[in-house]
Design a protein around this ligand. Structure first.
Ligand code: MG
Length: 268
């Protein structure tokens, strides 16, 4: 019995709008062989429908929105565990896009942007519109006792011109200002992997995690005790393992290498 696959997106399935050779064939292979899989992403800016549309429109990979699990799913389950007195009006301050904001509003939170004292919860995610005044407000709310969540710790991400600040960069700034550490939802935390396993209804020993980043994907797999597979299609390759002292269970140069491997061979 082949294990299920948890699969990273950017750098593993595609590089932005650029295709990665064999990614589409690999998903086709999993579908044909009835091997369960779930895309596990730190990206908090896209809904599952938007993530599925992106894969279909730019990469001709057609999957159901139910095949995605993101840092927002982890955030929602953590916020659901917060205890508030009955009838308390939960107030939140959010950096992030519409998908994140509507997911939080669905939990019964209202948005508070005028008095930091009234904020129960600060959620920091990637927000390209952020201003100094808003950063200051978030820091003040945390100093006045609001809980502090960060969707994903990615400090930078690639743009066409080079690296630009990610959610983690905003999170670090607010953490420094408020002298407070965020509760982190995405990889490399084990929680996002555990949520994905729960959605598939399997245990850690029944899954592989396939990703391109040692610091996030492979470290998350290790933290969650899932067998880790590095594919050299994105950020890191096998030469980075010694330098970062993070060693995946398997390393594959590309999808041809993975499909021919002992993990999958003779399945179809
Ligand atoms: Mg990646």
């Amino acid at each position: 019995m082949t294990k299920a696959f948890l699969i990273d997106l950017d750098g593993t399935m595609y590089r932005g709008k650029n295709k990665i050779a064999g990614a589409k064939a690999f998903i086709h292979y999993l579908d044909q062989a009835n091997i369960p899989y779930l895309f596990v992403t730190n990206n908090a800016t896209r809904s599952h429908q938007e993530a599925a549309d992106f894969l279909a429109n730019y990469h001709d990979i057609h999957v159901s929105p139910s095949k995605f699990f993101s840092s927002v799913d982890t955030l929602v389950s953590l916020l659901n565990q917060e205890n508030f007195p009955k009838d308390h009006q939960k107030k939140v301050y959010v950096f992030g896009g519409d998908h994140l904001k509507s997911s939080i509003a669905d939990l019964g939170y209202t948005f508070e942007g005028s008095d930091p004292e009234n904020v129960d919860t600060v959620v920091v995610s990637l927000d390209s519109q952020v201003t100094y005044k808003e950063l200051a407000f978030a820091g003040l709310a945390i100093q006045k006792g609001a809980s502090f969540y960060l969707t994903n710790p990615d400090v930078q991400f690639p743009s066409e011109d080079g690296f630009v600040p990610g959610a983690g960069a905003l999170g670090n700034l607010i953490a420094d200002v408020s002298a407070s550490k965020p509760i982190v939802c995405g990889k490399p935390q084990a929680k996002i992997i555990q949520g994905a396993l729960e959605q598939l209804g399997i245990s850690a020993d029944q899954a592989y995690f396939l990703g391109d980043n040692l610091l996030t994907d492979i470290q998350a797999a290790k933290n969650a005790h899932v067998t880790s597979l590095l594919i050299e299609t994105g950020v890191h390759n096998r030469k980075d393992c010694d330098h970062l002292a993070i060693y995946p269970d398997y390393v594959f140069a590309d999808y041809a290498d993975l499909i021919e491997s002992q993990l999958l061979v003779n399945r179809v």
